[in-house]
Design a protein around this ligand. Structure first.
Ligand SMILES: [Zn+2]
Length: 248
């Protein structure tokens, strides 16, 4: 008889497969529903994630880390050779009724819990500070999560991700090249632009509270930042910061 300690708990969902590639990325998502409902929705749609964090900071393991969960769909970062980052990533869902569209989207408890989980995963799999990403970063045409109010700066303060310094800019000045250098897929330039602003310049983001619209249209078509000069400067600063991280 196996002891309680050795007993393997089965995963909460059956939507996964055995992982063949090493884990290199962590993708952050959000979903409007309570975790229990989230699992039901995942089941209905044949998708999954490794962890769910609720608003009290409780962490639920849904799929084992060693298995591939279906959380990112068609996705890419910095010309990654795979069609979907699912193969090489861990997906974390956060319970967020406002989808990151309001200042109070994420509370301290849940972000603290997320940071503890991220730290553990980052150390365990030696994940680069550049490889903790938003779903909107890796699928800019399709996804808005975790939204413009996700507190990236807190992750930086915990040493989990990098940050930019506007006194240190990349030499490159061309917008498309900068977006590509950072890692964005620029097949749809408006989408890539908007995803960048969502994460790094949310003064430029429209806070559409109409969720269905946001889910159906994650970015405004033909989006142009209002302050182009500020936008290019931020792009150059982020590109420089990424460049430094890649050299480490
Ligand atoms: Zn997502």
């Amino acid at each position: 008889m196996p002891t309680q300690k050795n007993k393997q708990t089965p995963p909460l969902l059956e939507h996964f497969r055995i992982r063949k590639e090493p884990i290199q990325y962590i993708i952050i998502h959000c979903s409007r529903s309570h975790p229990q409902r989230m699992i039901e929705i995942m089941k209905e749609n044949g998708v999954s994630a490794h962890y769910i964090i609720d608003r009290q900071g409780n962490v639920t393991e849904v799929i084992k880390e060693q298995d591939v969960a279906y959380h990112s769909g068609i996705s890419n970062w910095h010309n990654s050779p795979v069609q979907s980052l699912n193969e090489t990533s861990i997906g974390i869902e956060l319970q967020c009724p406002s989808m990151g569209q309001s200042k109070r989207s994420y509370n301290t408890k849940m972000i603290e819990a997320l940071c503890v989980l991220l730290k553990r995963l980052q150390q365990k799999y030696n994940i680069s500070k550049e490889h903790i990403l938003a779903h909107s970063d890796v699928a800019p045409e399709r996804k808005p999560d975790p939204g413009a109010w996700f507190p990236w700066k807190k992750l930086y303060q915990k040493g989990l991700i990098y940050w930019y310094d506007e006194r240190s800019l990349a030499k490159e000045k061309d917008e498309e090249k900068l977006l590509k250098d950072i890692g964005y897929d620029i097949t749809d330039l408006s989408a890539a632009r908007y995803a960048f602003c969502r994460r790094w310049l949310h003064e430029e983001v429209l806070f559409d509270k109409e969720m269905q619209h946001l889910l159906d249209n994650p970015y405004p078509k033909n989006f142009q930042p209002k302050d182009k000069k500020r936008y290019i400067k931020r792009l150059r600063a982020v590109a420089k910061a990424v460049e430094k991280i890649r050299q480490e």
